[in-house]
Design a protein around this ligand. Structure first.
Ligand SMILES: Nc1ncnc2c1ncn2[C@@H]1O[C@H](COP(=O)(O)OP(=O)(O)O)[C@@H](O)[C@H]1O
Ligand SMILES: [Mg+2]
Length: 360
């Protein structure tokens, strides 16, 4: 790997063990593994898993898209999810598609227990909403946003890209013996981004693969690690270290970065879950005390599954008439659990306190 060469050679996996298992890396891997294990345990204690998945996945979708400068507001996003509006902004639609792509990948991992290259292609397709697939026309290079300077040239030839992907997927599905899966996660993410198999969506697809990898390795049961929040906060280092690894073939700093991301976002997510749990308890109590006639556990849980709710959701979730559903939501607004907002013809009922927690 020449220091000043314009074209950086990409090696196949696996890298040399001594490069990816330095003392610093092993120490940080332990800390990150412990934090993630704690998150897995705490997530299991939340009775309604759908509630948790919905809440956190939407944050991840928003965050990962934001890394690519696709900025959408929380408010727009939830509205778009609640009202099937056709005139949502392009940005919001991209984030909604990202969320779809995570769930698509999650279903595949649940059904198969591993991923194929074709699954990666279908996840990316779900994400970008086109069928271009693997790059077949040369010309894709990675440039520095500000200076326009070419920082990295990924493999150009379609067959070469496919070879790299076959090598990637073997190591994705099976860890080298005794290598910490979190260290492998960092290696895999670097490798995927460096193969850069698609015209677009490589960053977001790669970050979905990260979450799915943790699930496949049973480090977490459901897609709730919000890794992108750390990457946003440290975006400059994320790009810098990907680039540095390309240029030098040195892994340590990059792997440490990813391990810290796992540690930090695990701890943040634990806090979030604890806050959600507390709010759920408080909300149940409030409804039981102030509106005992309409109290149902499923009703309150719905407000956490769908922070932006509406009559139709209540009808479907509780199997009640529209009139009853409407009365429930109005009661919940009266006792201060929800706030209503009119959007077009629809009235949305917002669990504002939950939204505040999710925003962080
Ligand atoms: N020097 C680099 N080497 C390898 N990958 C990089 C480098 N710089 C950035 N990347 C990756 O490329 C992604 C951007 O690629 P792109 O296909 O536009 O994905 P998306 O559309 O999801 O943003 C970044 O999110 C990052 O993961
Ligand atoms: Mg892009």
């Amino acid at each position: 790997m020449g220091q000043n060469a314009p074209y950086y050679v990409l090696d196949k996996l696996p890298p040399k063990r001594e490069k990816v298992e330095t003392i610093n890396i092993l120490r940080q891997a332990n800390v990150a593994t412990a934090a993630l294990a704690e998150l897995k345990g705490i997530a299991m204690t939340i009775p309604n898993q759908a509630m948790l998945i919905n809440a956190i996945v939407i944050q991840e979708a928003k965050g990962s898209s934001e890394i690519e400068n696709i900025i959408t507001t929380q408010d727009d996003l939830y509205k778009a999810l609640a009202i099937n509006k056709s005139n949502i902004s392009a940005e919001t639609k991209e984030v909604v598609d990202y969320r779809k792509a995570i769930f698509h990948g999650f279903n595949i991992t649940e059904e198969q227990g591993f991923l194929r290259v074709n699954d990666i292609i279908s996840i990316q397709q779900e994400l970008v909403n086109n069928t271009a697939g693997i790059r077949s026309t040369p010309g894709t290079v990675l440039k520095n946003d500000k200076t326009g300077e070419i920082v990295y040239t990924p493999p150009q030839d379609k067959q070469e890209i496919l070879d790299f992907l076959s090598n990637f997927i073997i190591h994705y599905n099976q860890n080298e013996s005794d290598l910490s899966p979190l260290i492998n996660l960092a290696i895999l993410h670097y490798q995927f981004e460096s193969i850069h198999p698609f015209y677009d969506g490589n960053g977001r697809t790669g970050r979905i693969l990260n979450i799915l990898y943790l699930i496949l390795n049973k480090l977490i049961d459901i897609p709730i690690l919000y890794l992108s929040s750390y990457i946003i906060e440290n975006k400059h280092d994320y790009y810098r270290l990907l680039n540095q690894t390309n240029k030098t073939g040195e892994w340590e700093e990059w792997i440490l970065f990813m391990l810290k991301a796992v540690e930090s976002t695990s701890l943040q997510t634990i806090d979030k879950i604890n806050m959600i749990r507390k709010l759920l308890g408080q909300t149940i109590k409030k409804v039981q005390e102030k509106a005992p006639k309409i109290y149902k556990k499923e009703l309150v849980e719905l407000l956490f599954e769908q922070p932006y709710s509406k009559i139709e959701f209540v009808v479907n979730h509780l199997q009640v008439e529209r009139k009853a559903a409407s009365r429930y939501l109005k009661e919940l607004e009266r006792v201060g659990v929800l706030e209503s907002q009119r959007v077009g013809r629809e009235t949305l009922y917002i669990n504002s306190e939950l939204i505040e927690i999710l925003k962080g």
